[in-house]
Design a protein around this ligand. Structure first.
Ligand SMILES: [Zn+2]
Length: 322
């Protein structure tokens, strides 16, 4: 080979190497695998993957999916898993709240499907869209059927569902999906297992409420479901929810008692620090709400860090008293 040709080949190799490296750098990381579990003959869950848990309900002619994962790739993985269990198309999505890790995968869902959400969820998505930014929801997949009441009983494709919004809890637009036949509740991020029992994730900036959280968990327990599909983490029972309700009620009562004694927010925070998430290292004093995947990836908003449970409860308990 002539020296000039060697140089050309060498340049070509270097160039291709650089190109391959840049392609690798641009390719988004593969989402973690989804764990599929069958709960009842026509009810499955897709746990984990990119974003929150999804509930999959197989109707007469189509499939209803509760929560849509966070990314296009993650949702494609979910749809591929659904295709392994049924040839029926996905025709309906029900979204439990407006956080991006439950909404944004809708971009991979078929166009024109029914998308059901609480009206507060839709408003929050519209606000996130208007604000723009990386976490904004897909503009052509906004909810096209909104729930406005505390309870709506509907039948979709032969599947009986009860949709509940007892009060704002994790966000202003929470929607709980109950299937009275198979006795399965999809809780959204009102209930997760990647945070301590007494430290639920309340988005103060989305008008969530610690008091509303208690009302919602009481309501879910009263449904006496066999299985509670959480927003993140494992499946739970009514007894697990009761344990969380008791722990959170006690912590909130302690906050209320200290507010009554005239303690400052800093004093209350020091006395009642956030317990670490299960299996996690103790969090530093600077740690804020938003355990990994706990719904921090919400709706295309930047801004200040989210308030903690104690900070949110304090705001509620001192409202109008200062
Ligand atoms: Zn979430």
């Amino acid at each position: 080979m002539s020296p000039a040709k060697i140089l050309r080949v060498g340049l070509a190799v270097a160039c291709c190497g650089a190109l391959a490296a840049s392609v690798r750098a641009q390719a988004p990381p593969a989402p973690p695998p989804i764990t599929m579990k069958q709960l009842k003959p026509d009810v499955w869950v897709g746990l984990g993957g990119a974003g929150g848990n999804s509930t999959i309900i197989i109707g007469k002619t189509g499939v209803i999916v509760v929560d849509a994962k966070q990314t296009e790739a993650g949702a494609k993985d979910l749809l591929a898993e659904i295709a392994k269990i049924t040839p029926k198309p996905v025709t309906t999505a029900i979204i439990t709240h407006s956080d991006g890790d439950h909404v944004n995968g809708l971009v991979a869902f078929p166009a024109g499907i029914k998308i059901i959400a609480h009206e507060g969820n839709k408003k929050e998505q519209e606000a996130a869209l208007a604000a723009g930014g990386r976490g904004a929801p897909p503009a052509d997949r906004l909810p096209n059927q909104v729930v406005t009441k505390k309870k709506e009983s509907i039948t979709i494709d032969g599947v009986k569902l009860e949709l509940y919004h007892f009060a704002p809890a994790h966000t202003s637009g929470d929607l709980i999906v109950y299937q009275p036949g198979p006795k399965v509740v999809s809780t959204g991020d009102i209930v997760v297992t990647n945070r301590a029992d007494d430290n639920p994730n309340i988005h103060f900036e989305k008008n969530g409420s610690t008091e509303g959280w208690l009302a919602n968990v009481k309501g879910m327990i009263a449904l006496k479901a066999d299985t509670y599909v959480t927003g993140h983490g494992d499946l739970l029972t009514a007894a697990d929810l009761q344990r969380k309700l008791t722990a959170t009620t006690e912590r909130r009562n302690k906050i209320a008692a200290m507010v009554k004694e005239g303690k400052t927010l800093d004093e209350i925070k020091a006395a009642l620090p956030d317990a670490p998430a299960p299996g996690a290292a103790p969090r530093g004093a600077g740690a804020r709400a938003g355990a990994p995947g706990a719904g921090g990836a919400g709706g295309g908003r930047g801004g200040p860090p989210a308030l903690t449970f104690v900070e949110t409860a304090y705001q509620e308990l001192t409202k109008g008293k200062k």
